[in-house]
Design a protein. Sequence first.
Length: 88
Amino acid sequence: MKKLLLIMGVALTMLGCAGNKADSQTAATNQNAEKEDLICRAERTTGSMLKHKKCRTQAQVDAEREQARNTMHSIHSSITGATGTDKR
């Protein structure tokens, strides 16, 4: 039983230390961002009272805004359908 717990603990530790795709994307974005002007803002994470500094280029800000707009549009379309009337 102790060996099983030890193996599980080591496996979980290794999974926690493994890098993810977002890290490599962030590094690539940071290299490109050095060439452009950065816009830095103090943003509060949902569920936290603490703010952290987040720096992005204007292109990244615009892309995030467009993605949010598309998400809201798809949610609205799934609720109302193609006819524009509420399905509820």
